[in-house]
Design a protein around this ligand. Structure first.
Ligand SMILES: [Zn+2]
Length: 75
């Protein structure tokens, strides 16, 4: 007799809010300012924790880093 309590494994779909690791460009003021913002919302224990905002800022940092790297060689 099949076990009716056996549920299929939970399917993990791609999480659109999957955390992005910000990679700020060294010595870029814009990147470091964004990183400060990111740190404020990325701490789950913090009252300002915001998953969506966290991803948005991280993506913005990485986007800015690409611009920085185009202007100057990576360190
Ligand atoms: Zn930058």
């Amino acid at each position: 007799m099949p076990n009716r309590n056996q549920l299929p494994h939970e399917v993990h779909l791609t999480d659109p809010l999957k955390s992005i690791t910000p990679r700020p460009y060294p010595k870029c003021d814009v990147c470091s300012a964004l990183l400060k913002e990111w740190l404020a919302v990325s701490e789950p224990a913090s009252t300002s924790f915001d998953r969506a905002e966290c991803s948005r800022i991280a993506a913005e940092i990485n986007e800015h880093r690409r611009k920085d790297e185009r202007r100057a060689p990576a360190m």
